[in-house]
Design a protein around this ligand. Structure first.
Ligand SMILES: Nc1nc2c(c(=O)[nH]1)N(C=O)[C@@H](CNc1ccc(C(=O)N[C@@H](CCC(=O)O)C(=O)O)cc1)CN2
Ligand SMILES: Nc1nc2c(ncn2[C@@H]2O[C@H](COP(=O)(O)OP(=O)(O)OP(=O)(O)O)[C@@H](O)[C@H]2O)c(=O)[nH]1
Ligand SMILES: [Mg+2]
Length: 455
C-alpha cells in the first residue's frame, strides 16, 4: 500500500475544557521530526512503533509541560502516516501553547476531520466507515452506538461492495453473451439473466432500506408529541417519564404556554418528548402561540401521545384532537383513573391505555406499546444486522432502486440490451457513492468539513 504524500498536520484531539489529560496529535511524514525538535526524552525516531514515551516539551530553555508521547509509525496507524500523540495536561493554555509550538516547527493546523479524511484517502477505511466515526462520536444511546460500531467495522461496506461486485459480474456476463452469440436465443437468455439479477438486487436493497426507519429512530430519537386539552396531565406525564420535574405542573388550565422538549431513553431507544400547551381556543396571545406550536408538533411527530381525562366526560376539544391525530401513530392515554371514571369508554377507539400519573399506574404499558408500534416487540438492535441510519446513504439506496426500476422498464419495453446496461451501470455507480469509490471530490470535502476539529 502506497500512501499519498501530504504535509504534516496538527490539532488538539481532546475537548477544549479543563480535562485531566489532553492530546495534541500530529500526522504526516514530518510528524516524528517535528516532535523530536520540541521533545526532550528519548529520540522518537529511534523508538519502536506504538510506544508511549516519557519526557518534556520544551521551547528552547522554557518547559511547557511534562508529557507522555505516543509514537506510531506508518503505515500501521490510524491515518497510515506517521502519527505522534502528545499527551499533555488537559488545560486549554497548555494544549494551545504546545499546538502553536508545533505549528512554528513546521506543522500545519489540521482542518476539521482531516485525520479521518487521510485515513480515507490513504485507503484505511471507506467513506461509510469514516462517516461511522462521526456517528460514533455523536451517538447518545447504546443502540445508536452499536449501529455506528458495526458500520465502522465495515458491515455496510461489505454489503455494498458485494452487491457492486455482483452487478459487475452480471454486466460482464451480458457482454459475453453479446460478443459471442453462439446460441440463437442469446437475446432471450440475456434478458432473463438481467431480469433475475435485477429482482435479486431489488430485494436486497429493499430490505436494507427497511432497516432505515428503525436506524433513523435509533440514531435521532423518536419524536413524540404529548397532546391533550388543558389540565389533563400532559406535563405531569412528561415529568414522570423523565423522572424529574422539568415542566411546571399546576391545577390551572393553560399552565404550559410553550413547547418543552426533552429526551428519555426507553429500552435504549431515545424518545424526544415534546410537551405541548393544552390545545383549546384561547384569546391569550402567549397561549395562542403555544397552541399553534402544539398543532405543528402534532404534525411533525413520529408518535403522538394523546392524553384524555378519565374523570371528565369527553369534550368537543377531545373529539377534535381524536380526529386530528387519527392518521398519526397514536397512543390514547386515559389519565387520572385514580379518580371516579366519568368518560364514556364506548365512544373511544380501541386500545386505549388507562393510566394514573399520580399513582404511577400502567406507565410501563406505554413503553410496551411503543415497542409494539415501532419495533415489533424487538427493540434491540440485532448484533449482526446491517442498518442504514445515515440520510445520505438512505437517499442513495433509493436512487439505486430507481435505477433498477429503469432496468425493469427497459426490459419490459423491449429496449436494446446495451441501453438497459446503462441503467444497471448507474446502479453500480450510485452504490459506489456510499463507500466513496465513486464519490465526487466536492462531496468528500463537504462530508469531512462537518467533522470535529482534531478528528
Ligand atoms: N490515542 C488515541 N486513541 C484513539 C484513537 C487515536 O487515534 N488515538 N482513535 C482514532 O480514531 C480511535 C482508535 N482507532 C485507531 C485505529 C487504528 C489504529 C492503528 O494504529 N491501526 C493499525 C494497527 C496497529 C496494530 O495492529 O498494532 C493499522 O490499522 O494498521 C489506531 C487507533 C479511538 N482511540
Ligand atoms: N388525580 C390525578 N391528578 C392528576 C394526575 N395527573 C395529573 N394530575 C393533576 O392534574 C393537574 C394538571 O396537570 P398538568 O400536568 O399541569 O396538566 P397539563 O395537561 O400539562 O395542563 P396544561 O399545561 O395547562 O395544558 C395537576 O394538578 C396535576 O397534579 C392523575 O393521574 N391523577
Ligand atoms: Mg402542561
Amino acid at each position: 500500500m502506497i500512501t499519498k504524500e501530504f504535509d504534516t498536520i496538527a490539532a488538539i484531539s481532546t475537548p477544549l475544557g479543563e480535562g485531566a489529560i489532553g492530546i495534541v496529535r500530529l500526522s504526516g511524514q514530518d510528524a516524528i521530526t517535528i516532535a523530536d525538535k520540541v521533545f526532550t526524552g528519548k529520540n522518537l525516531s529511534l523508538c519502536d512503533s506504538h510506544t508511549l514515551n516519557y519526557g518534556h516539551i520544551k521551547e528552547e530553555t522554557r518547559t511547557l509541560d511534562e508529557v507522555m508521547v505516543g509514537v506510531m509509525k506508518a503505515p500501521k496507524t490510524f491515518t497510515r502516516e506517521d502519527v505522534v500523540e502528545i499527551n499533555t495536561h488537559g488545560g486549554i493554555a497548555v494544549m494551545n501553547e504546545i499546538l502553536q509550538l508545533l505549528l512554528r516547527n513546521g506543522a500545519r493546523m489540521a482542518e476539521p476531520g482531516e485525520f479521518t479524511k487521510r485515513a480515507f484517502l490513504n485507503g484505511r477505511m471507506d467513506l461509510s466507515q469514516a462517516e461511522a466515526v462521526m456517528d460514533l462520536i455523536r451517538a447518545k444511546t447504546d443502540q445508536a452506538m452499536t449501529i455506528a460500531v458495526q458500520q465502522l467495522d465495515g458491515s455496510l461496506s461489505t454489503l455494498i461492495n458485494n452487491t457492486r461486485q455482483n452487478i459487475l459480474e452480471t454486466l460482464a456476463q451480458v457482454e459475453v453473451n453479446i460478443d459471442y452469440p453462439e446460441y440463437d436465443d442469446v437475446e432471450e437468455l440475456t434478458t432473463k439473466l438481467l431480469r433475475e439479477k435485477t429482482a435479486d438486487f431489488r430485494t436486497l436493497l429493499d430490505n436494507l432500506l427497511k432497516t432505515a426507519k428503525r436506524g433513523k429512530i435509533l440514531r435521532e430519537g423518536l419524536s413524540t408529541a404529548i397532546i391533550g386539552r388543558p389540565n389533563v396531565g400532559k406535563s405531569s406525564l412528561l415529568n414522570h417519564l423523565l423522572r424529574e420535574d422539568k415542566a411546571i405542573v399546576t391545577d390551572v388550565a393553560g399552565t404550559t404556554r410553550d413547547v418543552i422538549e426533552e429526551y428519555v431513553n426507553i429500552n435504549g431507544v431515545p424518545l424526544k418528548l415534546v410537551d405541548t400547551a393544552g390545545i383549546r381556543e384561547t384569546d391569550d396571545i402567549v397561549e395562542k402561540i403555544g397552541v399553534e406550536r402544539s398543532h405543528k408538533a402534532l404534525k411533525e411527530a413520529d408518535l403522538v401521545l394523546l392524553v384524555l381525562n378519565a374523570n371528565e366526560a369527553l369534550t368537543p376539544q377531545d373529539e377534535q384532537l381524536l380526529t386530528l391525530s387519527a392518521d398519526s401513530n397514536r397512543i390514547i392515554l386515559l389519565n387520572k383513573t385514580d379518580l371516579p371514571e366519568k368518560i364514556e369508554l364506548d365512544s373511544l377507539p380501541e386500545g386505549v391505555i388507562k393510566i394514573s400519573v399520580l399513582e404511577d399506574t400502567n406507565i410501563d404499558k406505554i413503553e410496551d406499546k411503543i415497542n409494539d408500534l415501532f419495533f415489533e416487540n424487538a427493540g434491540l438492535v440485532e448484533q449482526d444486522a446491517t442498518y442504514l441510519s445515515n440520510s445520505r446513504h438512505i437517499a442513495l439506496i433509493e436512487q439505486a432502486l430507481e435505477a433498477l426500476d429503469a432496468v425493469n422498464t427497459g426490459l419490459d419495453n423491449g429496449m436494446p440490451v446495451d441501453l438497459v446496461q446503462v441503467d444497471m451501470t448507474r446502479t453500480w455507480e450510485i452504490l459506489g457513492e456510499i463507500t466513496g469509490d465513486a464519490a465526487p471530490d466536492e462531496l468528500i470535502t463537504q462530508l469531512f468539513s462537518q467533522f470535529c476539529l482534531g478528528k
